[in-house]
Design a protein around this ligand. Structure first.
Ligand code: PLP
Length: 443
């Protein structure tokens, strides 16, 4: 079939026709168990009646009103609900259309805050090598994938990258987890001192790294030390929870598990759960007040920010999560999934690491377990596993990221929060089959 869609052609991809619960169905009637929600998006599955009804009601009442002229009940209600769940101190919400937009807004807000706070020389951003923050130019500058940035380098914001907190590969054998976490966080202080801390506006990081690394959690204490360093040097801490937020890790905000409050936090994906294009940037009252009492407004905006239809969908997503007790369920089902993966793959010759939190799980593949040597990047094993899993009727997210300067292979598993234990058994079964078949072909 020829296709006018700019992207992969219809000849390469099945056509999705309908979704039901944790399953998607293509035009040929094939069924796929959605074990990744695309990229950790579909946290309620594909047929949540409450969200669908809320969208329809909002569509009938008011599809759109420009934020330069009106606020809307939907946007106000969503902001109130988000603030009820947000870490203490976070009390303003800026609604956007997706994750990259939220990250762009966060970067600009950090810059404007410092200008209006009397420190206009702060314009540099520090991020981590193992990270993905989006594909627009600001977000791309922040992201750690050098190959994604390469072509656009002359267009990018000035960003510096430090090593991530990646225990599997970077902790010394005789080092405790806590000592490693402290050492990894101190890389931020070293970079600040190298650059001149008074020139740096913000540090951005994913609390649990998603797309580039397959659910890498930080060592205990890492983010508490990062918070201390940011406070000491007057640098804003931006946590990017676009993928790991909104209940995915068993906490509404992933930063809760770290016991810290960021200055700015970005969310998207699970916020709209695939029912609407929505992201948001949340910030502390302190940042808001400096700007409100300074120039009076954040110099930013998009035609579709604060979209009532998207806001109504997101509000209903949060209501569905609450009425079905899904955050607690993520913790329980996450433990079940972790145990099932450990049981089935814990001793697998090519599984180097099983990691993650809640229903956000990563599997790192290695050619050799003892030395942790990755497969040859040219094999693109993670892409082969994705393709093989599709053939087995399973969607998993291939996460090819940098491993000590080389491409490593990871797979991300992030199923809907409504997944049952029996469906998790099917998931692990299909995944183990796909993994073995894909590895057999390259070995
Ligand atoms: N930030 C993180 C942590 C992400 O994982 C992503 C997308 O994968 C983004 C930002 C960009 O979000 P979007 O694709 O909605 O622009």
């Amino acid at each position: 079939m020829s296709s006018h869609v700019f992207g992969r052609s219809a000849a390469q991809l099945p056509t999705a026709l309908r979704g039901d619960g944790c399953y998607l169905y293509d035009a040929e009637g094939r069924e796929y168990l959605d074990a990744c929600g695309g990229a950790a998006v579909s946290c309620l599955g594909h047929s949540d009646a409450h969200v669908k009804a809320a969208i329809t009601r909002q569509l009938d009442a008011l599809p759109y009103a420009h934020t330069g002229f009106f606020t809307s009940e939907a946007a106000e209600d969503l902001a109130d609900l988000l603030i009820q769940h947000a870490p203490a101190g976070i009390d303003r919400v800026y609604q956007l259309s997706g994750g990259s937009e939220a990250v762009e807004a966060a970067i600009k807000l950090a810059r404007q805050f410092h200008i209006e706070n009397g420190e206009p020389q702060r314009h540099r951003l520090i991020a981590r090598r193992q990270s993905y923050h989006g594909n627009t130019l600001g977000a791309l500058a922040a992201g750690g994938n050098a190959w994604r940035r390469e072509k656009y380098q002359p267009l990018l914001v000035e960003t510096y990258h430090i090593d991530p907190c990646f225990e599997y590969r970077h902790r010394a054998e005789d080092e405790s987890l806590e000592a490693y976490g402290h050492r990894a966080a101190n890389a931020l202080e070293a970079e600040l001192l190298r650059l001149g801390p008074e020139t740096v506006m913000a540090f951005i990081a994913e609390p649990v790294v998603g797309a580039t690394a397959g659910a890498v959690t930080a060592a205990p204490g890492y983010f508490r030390r990062i918070r201390e360093i940011c406070d000491q040097y007057g640098v804003l801490l931006i946590l990017d929870e676009v993928m790991c937020g909104m209940g995915r890790t068993g906490y509404m905000f992933a930063s809760e598990a770290e016991g810290i409050t960021p200055d700015i936090v970005t969310i998207a994906k699970g916020l709209g759960a695939g029912y609407a294009s929505i992201g948001a940037m949340l910030c502390t009252g302190r940042i808001y007040d400096v700007i409100a009492q300074g120039s009076g407004s954040f110099q930013h905006g998009h035609t579709y920010h604060g979209h009532p239809l998207a806001a109504a969908a997101a509000r209903a997503v949060l209501e569905s999560m609450a009425s079905q007790g899904l955050i607690a369920q993520v913790q329980a089902r996450g433990d079940y999934l972790a145990a099932a993966l450990q049981d089935r793959l814990g001793q697998h010759a090519h599984v180097g690491d099983l990691r993650g939190r809640g229903l956000f799980r990563g599997i790192e593949l290695v050619a050799d377990r003892a030395s942790k040597r990755p497969f040859d990047p040219a094999l693109k094993l993670h892409q082969r596993i994705k393709a093989q899993a599709m053939a087995e009727g399973l969607m998993v997210y291939p996460a090819g990221g940098t491993v000590d300067g080389r491409e490593g292979d990871h797979v991300l598993i992030a199923p809907p929060f409504i997944i049952s234990e029996a469906q998790i058994d099917t998931l692990v079964d299909r995944f183990a089959t796909a993994l073995d078949r894909a590895i057999d072909r390259v070995n």
